[in-house]
Design a binder for this molecule. Sequence first.
Ligand SMILES: Cc1cc2nc3c(=O)[nH]c(=O)nc-3n(C[C@H](O)[C@H](O)[C@H](O)COP(=O)(O)O)c2cc1C
Length: 270
Amino acid sequence: MAFIDTVRSRRSVRTFDGKALAEDELSELLDYCRGIGNPYGLPLEWLLFDSGKTGLSSPVIVGEKTYITAKMKRAPHAEEAFGYTFERMVLHAAEKGIGTTWIAGTMDRKAFEKAAGLGDGEILPCVSPLGRPAAKMSLREIMMRKGISADTRFSFEKLFFAGSFDRPLTKEDAGDLAGILEAVRLAPSACNYQPWRLVTADGAVHFFLKRSKGFGEGRVFDTQKIDIGIAMCHFALAAEEAGRPVSLSLEDPGLETPDGEIYVATYRFD
Ligand SMILES: Cc1cc2nc3c(=O)[nH]c(=O)nc-3n(C[C@H](O)[C@H](O)[C@H](O)COP(=O)(O)O)c2cc1C
C-alpha cells in the first residue's frame, strides 16, 4: 500500500470486535516494534497486556482484548522520540488491518504504570488498544469523533510556510513537497489540535510547536511534543517513499515567531 493510502485509511478505533488477535499477529507486531529506531536514538521498551488478565481498560474503548504501550528513560527529546516511534507502530498496525488509538488521557494511568513496572526516571506517555475494528462504531465513539471534529484537518496554509511565518504555503506552491506535507497534514494528534507548524528552507524543513491552551510543559511529559514526533514520523516516511530521505538536525533558524511558535527540530534532505 502506498504510504499516503495508509495515512488516509488509518483512524482511531475505539470499538473492537471483542476477539483477541492471534498470537502470531501480536508477536509479529512486537518484533516489528522492537526493530523501530528513531532519529534521536532513544530506545523504547515495548509491552503487551492482556486486558482480561490485567483488568487494564479505557473508558472510551470497547471490545478490546489487548493493550500495547512502551516506556522509556526521561531525557531531552523523549517525547518527540516516543511520538515518532509509537506512530510507526500505529501505521504498521493499520497496514495489517489492526486498529489502534493513541491514548494519553482517557485511561487509568496509575494502573498502566504499575503493570508496566515503571521505574524512577522513566515515562510511559501513551497506550493503545489493539484489535480488529467492530463492524459498527459505538454511539460513544461516534459522539466523541464529532466532539473533536476527528474527521477534519487544518488547511495547508495554516500549517505550512515558505521560509518565514508571514508566507503561508499553498499545496499548489509546495511543488514536490506537496505529497510529503499532505502526509503530515493528515497525522493524528491529541484532541486533534494539530500543533505542528512547518517552515521550509533551502534543502530543509523546520518543525515548530504552536502550543494549545491547557497543554503546558510543566507536566511529567509534554503531550504536544509527542504530536510533533508523530508529524516528524509522517514526514520522514513520506520523504523516504518519495526517494528523498531526511536526517535530523537541531539548528534553530532563529525565525520571527509571531504566534509564539516554539522551534523543535529540523529535517534536512540527505
Ligand atoms: C498524543 C495523543 C494522545 C491522545 N489521547 C487520546 C485519549 O486520551 N483518548 C482518546 O480517545 N483519544 C486520544 N487521542 C486520539 C485523538 O483524539 C485522535 O487521533 C484525533 O482526534 C484524530 O482522529 P483520528 O485518529 O481518528 O484521525 C490521542 C492522540 C494523540 C496523538
